[in-house]
Design a protein. Structure first.
Length: 316
């Protein structure tokens, strides 16, 4: 009995020692080995972005709360620039003109580009040659081609209007406060269609031709084929083009410099043009910095709304 009592504790101690220990949890991050070369590539690029993009933006936003003229001493004045900006009729007109012209350019560019891309994606002769012809405007410098269009709207087109006895066309639209927006929109659409068409063509070429063959067998007409098959399948490309077109149109600048210089009577001043001319040339540096901060917020809101709207359409 004594021997059994002596052996029992020994057996229990052995069984306790023989129990397998639970393995330690190893984080997935500790297993992953990252090549140091990635850090050598990404960290310098991130530092350059911060130094040349984010830091200047922060500095500009800070100047918007001062009375700085871009040089010399300045004082902190709080939100006075923002208050003055919202009560400035010239700034309001610039925002109104910018938003309206941007919507016109965006809709016109995408409609025309979609039409051209559908035609170029069809079975036509010299397809590659036509694509090159339509892409040429994108390769031209905006200021250079802008001065060419300025001559066209100043001389040949008014002469044509006089010969046809069309009163509103007999004088240059660039000097007409009600029509000066048209040459700007026309030039912007003419050049913007090229790149937008290229993106739509890339989207059209991702569609399987068998879908069209099956639709033709079912008796689907051309319009139904486009609206029920083509357009839904290129939804992501529509989103990309609409966002890029609106972003570029809201920042319209070169076209105005080449055609109207903001005239006549400041009717064609965009927000970007107003920030540049008055901020750097008329001693309104901090005032226009406040305008730039507000304009950045407006651009962000437009991009957010667009992405959510078209993103929801793609899911459907």
């Amino acid at each position: 009995m004594q021997t059994a009592q002596a052996v029992a504790p020994a057996d229990s101690s052995l069984s306790a020692q023989s129990k397998p220990k639970k393995p330690k949890k190893i984080s997935k991050f500790s297993k992953r080995k990252v090549d140091k070369a990635y850090y050598w590539m990404t960290v310098p690029a991130a530092l350059l972005v911060v130094a040349f993009l984010y830091w200047p933006f922060i500095q500009g936003a800070a100047y918007s709360f001062t009375n700085s003229q871009g040089y010399g001493e300045f004082k902190w004045i709080g939100f006075k620039n923002y208050g003055a900006m919202f009560s400035d009729s010239r700034v309001r007109n610039a925002y109104l003109f910018t938003i309206i012209i941007a919507l016109i350019i965006t809709i016109g560019t995408n409609l025309l580009a979609l039409l051209i891309s559908v035609m170029l994606n069809g079975k036509i002769a010299f397809k590659n040659g036509f694509r090159a012809v339509f892409f040429i405007p994108f390769t031209l410098a905006m200021l250079v081609i802008g001065y060419v269009f300025k001559y066209l709207f100043m001389v040949p087109i008014p002469a044509l209007g006089q010969s046809l006895h069309i009163s509103w066309l007999s004088t240059s639209m660039l000097t007409n406060p009600q029509l000066a927006w048209f040459p700007i929109a026309f030039l912007s659409i003419w050049q913007g269609v090229a790149y937008t068409t290229l993106i739509y063509l890339a989207g059209l070429q991702t569609i399987d031709a068998e879908l069209y063959e099956a639709a033709s067998i079912d008796g689907v007409n051309t319009w139904q084929r486009f609206w029920r098959i083509t357009f839904p399948l290129i939804g992501p490309f529509v989103t990309i083009n609409m966002v890029l077109s609106l972003k570029n149109s809201l920042g319209i600048f070169d076209q105005i410099v080449a055609l109207t210089n903001g005239g006549p009577d400041s009717k064609t001043e965009s927000v970007s043009y107003l920030i540049f001319t008055n901020g750097l040339g008329n001693g309104e540096y901090s005032y226009q910095m406040a305008n730039a901060v507000v304009f950045f917020i407006v651009l962000a809101i437009f991009a957010f709304v667009q992405l959510n709207f078209f993103g929801s359409k793609e899911k459907v």
